[in-house]
Write a protein that binds this ligand. Structure first.
Ligand SMILES: [Zn+2]
Length: 268
């Protein structure tokens, strides 16, 4: 029996794919995860050496390979941005405050959103445990909500408030970090505590994931409740409560030394 998180779309092949579940060819040892039961408060690195996980059939794995290529292109662009930021930090230090010519970059936001869903579904399918559920559908990790599967394959787009957000902390400099950091966000039954039904068993589940992709933060949000109502289960190690969010922004402007330095354009 083939195990495939995209089963709800149909047409699974009879062959199991054993690909690594997160574009490991792109990030090597630089993928770190925090927030699951097996890594509650410290980042744990997922090495490229870990065995392939049985989470997609070959048909659906192949159909998603364009997303890894898109992530590869985004990685190059964000890498250039990170190096330019470093240069400007040095310039500011050596030459003092100044205005910069804003450098412009572009990535395909829609493909990155689809890739983020692929990472999340892959990571949760491969590492989820018995008690773990998707918050939206209360299904097992290997059965993501059908809306999410459709969005990953480009059949439908997620509708607001679900989708990709740019997240930042006001007044905090963007820090450069290598690779990819993933923080799954588990809710305590509902992202909006007012909607919990008194006396019922609280449902817990995966509601979102925070991405730190070469220093730039994104959140993929899977709940029909507004993102700013998110209440984590347990301690908020992710710092979500201190972040500001922009839904599918067309431009992200990054300041340096208090003046605009870089602009990232996104297409959706
Ligand atoms: Zn399949």
């Amino acid at each position: 029996m083939v195990t495939c998180w995209a089963r709800s779309i149909g047409n699974c092949s009879t062959k199991q794919s054993l690909e690594h579940f997160i574009s490991a060819n792109l990030f090597g040892r630089e993928v770190a995860v925090r927030g699951f039961r097996w890594c509650p408060s410290e980042f744990k690195t997922i090495g490229i050496g870990s065995a392939g996980a049985k989470i997609l059939c070959t048909t659906h794995n192949t159909a998603l390979s364009e997303l890894d290529q898109a992530a590869g292109r985004a990685k190059r662009v964000l890498g250039e941005m990170a190096r330019a930021r470093e240069d400007r930090v040095v310039t500011l230090r050596v030459l003092g405050p100044r205005r910069f010519r804003v450098r412009r970059y572009a990535i395909d936001g829609h493909l990155i959103e689809r890739w983020a869903i692929k990472c999340l579904a892959g990571l949760f399918s491969a590492t989820g445990q018995d008690e773990d559920r998707w918050s939206r559908t209360q299904t097992d990790p290997i059965e993501p909500p059908p809306a999410l599967v459709n969005a990953a394959f480009g059949v439908n787009k997620l509708t607001y408030p679900m989708g990709l957000y740019y997240a930042h902390r006001i007044g905090q400099a963007v820090e450069y970090s290598d690779g990819l950091r993933l923080e799954p966000l588990l809710d305590g039954g509902s992202t909006n505590p007012k909607n919990e039904i008194p006396g019922t068993q609280p449902r817990t589940g995966l509601a979102a994931m925070l991405f730190m992709f070469l220093g730039i933060r994104f959140v993929i949000w899977l709940s029909s409740e507004p993102i700013n109502l998110f209440k984590p289960r347990g301690a908020d190690v992710s710092g979500m409560g201190r972040l500001t969010f922009a839904y599918r922004p067309l431009t992200v402007t990054i300041d340096q030394g208090g003046v605009p330095s870089q602009a990232l354009n996104l297409t959706w």
